[in-house]
Design a protein around this ligand. Structure first.
Ligand code: G3I
Length: 383
């Protein structure tokens, strides 16, 4: 568990930032270069920020955000459950502070996410008797929520993940309460409501495991039909929660080619690389039982062996080189967290494990993977 407030005297934080640079100086040319600088001619580099960074309880994290990234995404503070926990009762405090943090750093600010099957309070889908709400009422609730949230940050939030994870592995639409109560048109409605609330905002469809060909075909079908209807969608978000050995770079490349062929911009929206052993697609319950039985899938509690640091660095290098090869289609690459201690992958699929999926370690120090990613950007600049 993280210390409540990771506050170090500014002098120490600056020392760490300086040591970031000095370590960079030692290994990479030119010394002043940061992630956002190195990728400046390719695409934006962002990070998902959490409540502790938003609330000033993590000055190391904040220093890294300011120093390394030129885009920010809200890990949780703009999700329906956080921003409208009860009907018409909005909790905008954390979200206001998130937007202020982004503006303070001159970052491109992203909104995540308006319509999702997760982290949406039960009341949204229920009538006063607790039964399923009517179609018209749910449409009205969606419109009111989007108008209030997108409207509040009009001209300040650059782009929104309007609809998140609406397509299944087999390419069909996920049978969420949105689909069951409103029907497939809920997706087009969400984009139109968002556009009405802020006509200048970029509007994204966001999903994971787009490397799965059946799922990807479903997403391409969805995007093609939305565009045919004139729905104001501008981009596709590829979450990119990857493993050390899956998906292949070939599958990532094919996904980018197919999604770019829709004519929309692409963004890498939630990049991380899970280093803990897991059987791909193994259900959460199965891993929990295995953990109870063997305790195995949590083998690096003390530290990540150097062999795996090197494997992670190689993996990030190969993944980022694919993105750089498609720099004309990709406008942003966002990591889902700032350092290893922040990552949701410490608590998924089981809580309380020790994972190492990002470029900065729990002390805020750049890892070997950071150097590889920086080197990939420098190499692509020379091409
Ligand atoms: O806010 C409550 C807090 O009051 C309570 O004390 C605490 C104890 O359980 O839980 C807190 O809520 C947690 C929330 O994060 C805020 O920290 C939830 O339990 C926890 O489940 C939630 O996890 C988030 C997860 O989405 C929920 O699905 C992760 O932080 C976040 O990284 C993750 O992000 C998603 C993207 O939005 C969409 N794509 C996949 C990605 C990973 O699942």
């Amino acid at each position: 568990m993280r210390s409540p407030a990771r506050q170090l005297p500014v002098s120490v934080a600056l020392t760490i930032t300086a040591s970031c640079a000095s370590r960079a100086r030692a290994r990479a040319e030119p010394a002043r270069l940061t992630l956002k600088d190195a990728f400046a001619s390719a695409f934006l580099v962002g990070a998902a920020v959490n409540a502790r960074q938003i609330d000033g309880a993590d000055s190391i994290g904040e220093a890294i955000i300011a120093h390394q990234f030129n885009s920010v995404s809200p890990e949780n503070v703009l999700k329906w459950a956080a921003v409208e926990p009860r009907p018409g009762r909005f909790n905008f405090g954390p979200a206001d502070r998130y937007v202020t943090l982004g503006e303070r750093n001159g970052a491109v600010i992203i909104g995540h996410t308006l319509v999702w099957h997760n982290q949406t309070p039960a009341w949204v889908f229920q009538d006063v008797a607790g039964g399923a709400v009517s179609r018209d009422s749910l449409i009205a609730r969606m419109r009111a929520h989007i108008a209030a949230v997108v409207g509040r940050y009009r001209g300040r939030i650059h782009g929104w993940d309007v609809v998140n994870e609406a397509v299944n592995e087999d390419g069909s639409l996920r049978r969420s309460p949105w689909l069951q109560i409103i029907g497939p048109e809920y997706i087009a409605m969400a984009f139109r409501f968002a556009h009405d609330a802020d006509p200048s905002a970029e509007l994204h469809y966001n999903d994971f495991a787009v490397e799965g060909s059946a799922k990807r075909s479903g997403i391409v079908r969805l995007i093609t039909s939305l565009r045919a209807e004139g729905v104001p969608i501008t981009a596709i978000g590829m979450q990119e929660h990857q493993k050390l050995d899956w998906p292949t770079t070939g599958a990532i490349d094919s996904a980018i080619v197919d999604l770019a062929a829709t004519g929309l911009k692409l963004m890498v929206t939630e990049l991380d690389v899970d280093v803990l052993p897991s059987n791909h697609g193994q259900r959460r319950e199965a891993v929990e039982q295995e953990l109870m039985r063997t305790g195995a899938p949590d083998p690096y509690r003390a530290a990540l062996p150097d062999s795996l640091q090197q494997a992670l660095a190689r993996r990030y290098g190969e993944i980022v080189r694919v993105y750089l090869a498609h720099r004309h289609a990709i406008t942003r690459m966002t990591f889902w967290g700032v350092d290893d201690g922040d990552s949701w992958l410490n608590n998924f699929p089981v809580r309380g494990r020790v994972n190492y999926p990002l470029l900065f370690d729990r002390r805020g120090m750049p890892k070997v993977a950071y150097d590889t990613v920086l080197a990939a950007a420098l190499a692509s600049r020379r091409n």
